[in-house]
Design a protein around this ligand. Structure first.
Ligand code: ATP
Ligand code: MG
Length: 562
């Protein structure tokens, strides 16, 4: 599976252009990319962009894409996250084949490389503490100062680095730094830290190591060891490229991958940062990483998004060099487009109001034919039971309705889809004056919903038969945040913008009987109400729970016209 079907009619993005040129010029005979997540949380929609890009180009150009865990921060990482990430990448439709790698597999080699740098006089052990180091680093406008430990002998550095590794030194006692240039205009090049002491248990290497390599040292060398040709990362690493190249040049490595930066995906009304998503989970603002409101891959999956819709979304937004904020509506349109073609149509009543058809024989029951997809007859038909007692949507009835209300009101006629024309005769109220039941009559000659005399009936509503209806809870979702850029406010935390009404549980819904057989991966269009899928909270023997994946139209746009 590739992205080709969606990108073929578009001009190549700048990354695909570079890759095409490198293949044409013979610089590479085949390409190797990698997706390098840190296993410190679940993947989100931003990662999907990177996954689709890395696996996508590898697929399109007959290359390989590796999955590599960048696992150098043992305190924040776990094998739970590793497994979740693997499942998410697979679910999106991508395959790393033999190429599952971990930076921690390279700890021995990385250590060797560090020793080589020391021997070349290009790295030294430094005892400045964090605060001092910050002070010595200088600023954008002022050069830094050299550490007093910078000119130690190679022997002394080797001995100290060995002490760091042996576990006798406490955390923070010292670090290994590259010896580059404290006056470099690019602050990253001012003797960056390569290794620090961490007395932490690692989920893969256990207690073997108490020094761990930093990202900038690990990443370029891991890419090199795997013979990655194009190392694609997001724009915030642009300044790190100089260090990426410095390390590989200093060590005279046999190959030198090319780092290319592209713009991150930002979506409005949500956040794409594992750290912040973790905070939502830990502080119970959501039910977990896979809460259907989360922008995580697992949340989107549980919500009912299809892998295809996410791949199409990523292909649609493209790859560029400028950061932008993509409208959540674009993601929602991607799933609508997919489901509009493929989801079976069914009836579900969200807020049921009882209807009694007074002239329908008591005890009689019949079955009426309904189409599963009016635009796609191949999807077949199903039978809907019909009898004297039904439920319709409470919002499809209105007392004293305005003229343009083409649904039910006393004396008005509507079409029950696939069934009959009915006319409302009377509304029964409870002691609070609330309508609890409608008494209607039907036209027996209108079976199937057609007026026998061709009279005009404008309104068509959905319904379920009372005795066969399946009770269900429906969960409707709204934006998780109330503002477009919840983490864009310097003064206020993103937590202050959590939408308190992002989840609405409708517990007394009634569905047509076929939905009792719904399976985990089925997705439906509840006519007039949106697309739904079964939630994992469903109890097959008990109550069914469905998630609304997305409404039928972009209702958000209607509320906030822009
Ligand atoms: P987060 O801030 O959410 O932890 P990260 O960049 O630290 O994100 P990593 O696990 O290091 O997360 O990311 C793995 C890959 O995914 C990296 O190559 C990174 O550039 C890419 N990536 C992360 N977030 C986005 C995003 N919003 N859009 C595109 N690519 C992203
Ligand atoms: Mg990261």
């Amino acid at each position: 599976m590739t992205q080709a079907e969606h990108t073929s009619d578009k001009p190549l993005d700048f990354i695909r252009q570079i890759i095409s040129e490198d293949l044409q010029s013979g610089k590479h005979s085949s390409i190797v990319t990698r997706f390098p997540p840190e296993p410190n949380g679940y993947l989100h929609i931003g990662h999907a962009k990177s996954i689709c890009l890395n696996f996508g180009v590898a697929g399109e150009y007959g290359g390989q894409c590796h999955l590599r865990f960048d696992d150098t921060n043992p305190d924040k990482e776990s094998s739970e996250y590793v497994e979740a990430i693997k499942a998410d990448v697979r679910w999106l439709g991508f395959d790393w084949g033999e190429h599952l790698h971990y930076a921690s597999d390279y700890f021995d080699q990385l250590h060797e490389f560090a020793v080589s740098l020391i021997k070349m006089g290009k790295a030294y052990v430094c005892h400045l503490n964090n605060e001092e180091m910050r002070e010595y680093r200088g600023t954008l406008t002022e050069p830094g100062r050299e550490s007093p430990y910078r000119n130690r002998s190679v022997e002394e550095n080797l001995a100290l680095f060995s002490d760091m590794k042996s576990g006798t030194l406490p955390e923070g006692a010292c670090v290994l730094r590259a010896k580059i240039d404290m006056a470099a205009p690019n602050i990253i090049m001012r003797d960056p830290v390569l290794y620090r002491i961490l007395h932490s248990h690692h989920h893969r290497s256990g207690d073997t190591w108490c020094i761990y390599p930093m990202y900038d040292f690990t990443h370029c060398l891991s890419d090199m060891l795997e013979e990655i040709t194009h190392s694609l990362c997001t724009l915030e690493f642009e300044n790190n490229r100089a260090l990426y190249d410095w390390v590989l040049e200093a060590l005279q490595t046999p190959n030198h991958p090319r780092q290319i930066e592209f713009a991150r995906l930002n979506l409005n009304y949500t956040i794409t940062s594992k750290r912040k998503l973790l905070q939502l989970v830990e502080e119970n603002h959501v039910s977990g990483w896979d809460d259907p409101r989360m922008p995580t891959i697992s949340g989107l999956r549980r919500r009912g998004y299809t892998p295809l819709s996410i791949r199409n979304f990523c292909a649609g937004i493209g790859v560029g060099k400028r950061d932008s904020l993509i409208d959540m509506g674009v993601l929602e349109n991607a799933i609508r487009e997919d489901l509009n073609q493929h989801a079976a149509r069914v009836f579900g009543v969200l807020e049921p109001l009882k209807v009694v058809i007074t002239n329908y024989p008591e005890g009689k029951e019949e079955e009426l034919v309904a189409q599963n997809h009016p635009q796609n007859p191949d999807m077949g038909e199903r039978m809907l039971p019909f009898s004297r007692e039904l439920f319709i949507e409470r919002t499809d009835f209105m007392e004293n309705a305005p003229k343009k209300f083409f649904r039910l009101s006393i004396g008005r006629e509507v079409r029950l889809r696939y069934a009959y024309l009915i006319t409302c005769q009377e509304a029964i109220k409870d002691e609070n004056g609330e309508v609890v039941e409608l008494r209607c009559t039907y036209d027996p000659a209108s079976r199937g919903g057609n007026a026998p005399d061709g009279r005009k009936v404008r309104g068509t509503i959905h319904w379920v038969e009372a005795t066969h209806a399946v009770p269900a809870e429906l969960r409707l979702y709204d934006r998780l945040f109330t503002v477009e850029a919840p983490d864009g406010d310097k003064e206020r935390s993103f937590m202050e913008f959590i939408n308190p009404d992002s989840l609405q549980k409708l517990e007394n819904c009634l569905l047509e009987p076929s939905l009792a057989q719904a399976q985990a991966d089925d997705r439906f269009q509840f006519e007039r109400q949106g697309y739904f899928c079964l939630d994992q909270d469903s109890d097959p023997a008990g109550k069914l729970v469905f998630n609304r994946i997305v409404s039928l139209r972009d209702s958000w746009e209607k509320i906030n016209p822009q």
